[in-house]
Write a protein that binds this ligand. Sequence first.
Ligand code: HAM
Length: 418
Amino acid sequence: MSGTPRARPKGTQDFSPPDSARKLHFENVFRHLAECYGYREIITPTFEHTEVFVKSSGEASDVVTKEMYSFKDRGDRDLTLRPEGTPGVVRAVLENRLRLPCRLYYVGPFFRYGRPQKGRFREFYQVGVEALGEASPLVDAEIVYFGTEFFRSLGIRDCTVQVNSIGCRECRPAHRDSLTRFLAGQRDRLCADCHVRLEHNPLRVFDCKVETCQAALKDAPTPRQYLCAACKRHHEQVLTELSRRGLHPEANDRLVRGLDYYSRTTFEYISGSLGAQDSLGGGGRYDYLIEEFGGPDTPGVGLAIGLERTMLAAPVAPVPARRQLAFVVWLTEAELNAAQELADRLRADGIPAQVDYDARKVKGQFKSADAAQAACCIIIGPDELTKGVYSLKNLATGEQREVSSDTVSAEVRKLFTD
Ligand code: HAM
């Protein structure tokens, strides 16, 4: 079917029930946790002016050079489907003049044109937090910890944390010079893309997945070797705070995280069960980004987590065979109104209820109840209508008994919790 208009576009996916419910559950766990840490939700557009991403993620980043869904609209504007959340959030905070400091979270779809594979999609979902206006290393550590709490609460155990520091404006030039000199000596071993990276931002060579480039970087000077005293202190405080919280991250000197806006702390969560696309999420500090967007000199730090990868890594709870749904079955046209009224009464009591208005025969209605995976049927026939009772049938066990009109909601609820 691939390539036909009836198939979904490459790299996208459908979330049908019950996966859609599982996804919503993960999002809700995230929302709750983020609110617990003082974050509030921000909803930004799924597309922005292309410049927003080019300026922040960086001209030499893979995201900008290879992965953006960019287009011109009918008004000749250059727009891009957001490949990540941070630039849009910063843009929105400044445009809407939100009071700083502020803590924001987001949940939604993002778009990157990559080669689809397990855990890598062209449309994917991220959950993320951004703390704008907070400079303390304790915030970096709190955010790293926050991510591990999210994974822990979803039952993900084989997740390790990697941390690095890539320094600040003070110390980066020295590292950049040293790295440029080193890479000049390795030119022949670098791929064509890395030659371009070398021109624009040599740090981006660390992002390259090509084996020969990775090998060429073996003895490359690392950002951590060049940290200034203030960055060193910041990094040490992050590590101390993480260990105080019981986290002992791996040091990864090559973790520069593919996007240009980072400064000082970078971190990533790695899953042991995902294969090649093993990064569950990551983030870092971006103390210059807000200023680069024309805002005040304001620090920032945040993370984003990939929802699909999280769903792949988390244990799958068994899905109950039946849903908490009551199906009201009517025997003859004369009971149709009563059936519909009962469904409304159940709904008003907070009980999901459905009526099949089309099936003229009871058998057809039972089939619909089964297709909907309803937990029970409530049958109304002429006898029931006269006596003011209903027949409640448990579809899991087949057991059927009479219940009174007064107790029907309570009886259905009991059956839901059985
Ligand atoms: P990122 O590392 O580019 O960071 O993406 C974060 C996470 O999104 C990845 O670790 C991965 O789980 C997921 N992800 C990325 N691309 C794909 C894809 N094509 N398919 C499926 N999942 C994917 C950022 O986006 C930064 N904005 C994070 C951040 C927030 N830094 C500071 N604040």
